[in-house]
Design a protein. Sequence first.
Length: 146
Amino acid sequence: MTEAFGVVVFVVVAIAAVVAVVTLAGSGRSYDEIGHGGLALRDGEEDLPADPHAPAPPVSAAVRDEEIRQLVQARSDRRVRRGGTPIDVDAEVARLAGPAAPTVDPALRAEIRDMVVARNARLERAGKPLLDVDAEVERRIGELGA
């Protein structure tokens, strides 16, 4: 009985080895394809956008206003469900979608002002006409989009 056990073990191991070799030979390209599916990145591709600091693509005013309207309407509905008074959706949309007053950090404004004053000093040394400091500061702030 013990000799049969030894023979069975060796036969099973030999058959398993043959099956493993055949499987390895038949699936060699399968291992090369790992990571090359439709969602995988190709060589040289990155998972990040080209410029992470790039602004979002512009949205038309109609789309923006409609999204604002939906958000304000949802807020009004929640308020009514809680027992509050409804929001005037049209007035709130007009307030939110209207032009925003630019807010500029006072330190940024001071830094821009110092830069314009330094430029005026260079222009004065060169004998060129000077800039209006306040107008130039506002122009530069407008260029920044602030």
